[in-house]
Design a protein around this ligand. Structure first.
Ligand SMILES: NC(=O)c1ccc[n+]([C@@H]2O[C@H](COP(=O)([O-])OP(=O)(O)OC[C@H]3O[C@@H](n4cnc5c(N)ncnc54)[C@H](OP(=O)(O)O)[C@@H]3O)[C@@H](O)[C@H]2O)c1
Length: 250
């Protein structure tokens, strides 16, 4: 694991409103996105969690495990991708807006993975006010009745879910090559198990919930030797949260 920064004793703090040119030139947590290969999709995923690995309380409350700097970072990620993707469980629990409000930058398209068409028509991320594309990824048979929202249809695979690799390919075909999978745990975990995530940002807050919804839940491994140990950079954010920037292609 690499601790990032000029001073070996002080980890670097990513500035939330980093200009695009600086991100392209520098060695920061945004380079992987701005330098993403143009000839294939690039997928970054994020999870904000407590010290004990929870992304929400048992009642589903997840605001605000992380503090301002981590939220700024999340909005910066949003501003750098073509589309932000969430599972319908997150829409039902949090009704997020999924836009860029905390930093300068453009709003990404908003994508909900919703195989059964249960997204509430009034979901805030489907609001057309900022003019971005809004997409529901669903199955060929599902009925989706959200006016003005595009549908991308992906057949269910053998396990009953839509294969993440097919979702990524379908989104790329519709113009979204750089994608941020923002949650929840089930969606990020499926994408990680399928090997389609290039970069994982885990934002750990120094708070202990002691119970609640776990973050990643991957296919079980039998031996420690089988655990993933991606090349990771660590950034201590200004208000104490810690960003683990994991390169899942290593
Ligand atoms: N701390 C954080 O960073 C963070 C971020 C986001 C959300 N959250 C929290 O996470 C919780 C929600 O997470 P969650 O894991 O329950 O739900 P989720 O990942 O948001 O959504 C899961 C649902 O999305 C659909 N889905 C996702 N991928 C699919 C695929 N490949 N094929 C078919 N369907 C797919 C399924 O819908 P169906 O159920 O209809 O089949 C699935 O049950 C909430 O409590 C929220 O507050 C935390």
């Amino acid at each position: 694991m690499e601790r990032h920064g000029r001073d070996a004793n002080a980890a670097a703090t990513p500035r939330p409103a980093l200009a695009l040119a600086e991100a392209e030139a520098g060695n920061d947590p945004y380079c992987a996105i701005t330098n993403a290969p143009p000839d294939r999709p690039f997928v970054i995923a994020q999870l904000g969690q407590s010290l004990d690995g929870r992304i929400a309380t048992l009642s589903g409350e997840s605001r605000w495990i992380n503090k301002d700097a981590a939220l700024d970072h999340l909005h910066r990620l949003r501003a750098l991708v073509d589309a932000v993707v969430v599972g319908v469980g997150t829409v039902a629990a949090d009704d997020p807006m999924l836009n860029v409000r905390r930093v300068p930058g453009r709003h990404p398209a908003r994508v909900i993975i919703d195989p059964s068409g249960r997204t509430p028509p009034g979901a805030r991320c489907l609001d057309a006010g900022d003019g971005v594309r809004r997409v529901i990824v669903t199955t060929p048979e599902a009925e989706v009745t959200c006016p003005g929202v595009e549908c991308v249809r992906v057949a269910r695979g053998e396990n009953g879910a839509m294969e993440p690799a097919r979702i990524v390919a379908a989104l790329a075909a519709t113009g979204f090559k750089r994608v941020l999978v923002e949650g929840g745990a089930s969606t990020v975990s499926q994408f990680m198990d399928a090997g389609v995530i290039d970069r994982l940002h885990v934002l750990v807050a120094p708070v202990i919930l002691g119970s609640g919804k776990p973050g990643l839940g991957l296919a079980p491994i039998a031996r420690l030797a089988d655990a993933r140990r991606p090349r990771t950079r660590v950034y201590v954010l200004a208000d104490g949260d810690v960003l683990f920037d994991c390169d899942l292609r290593t």
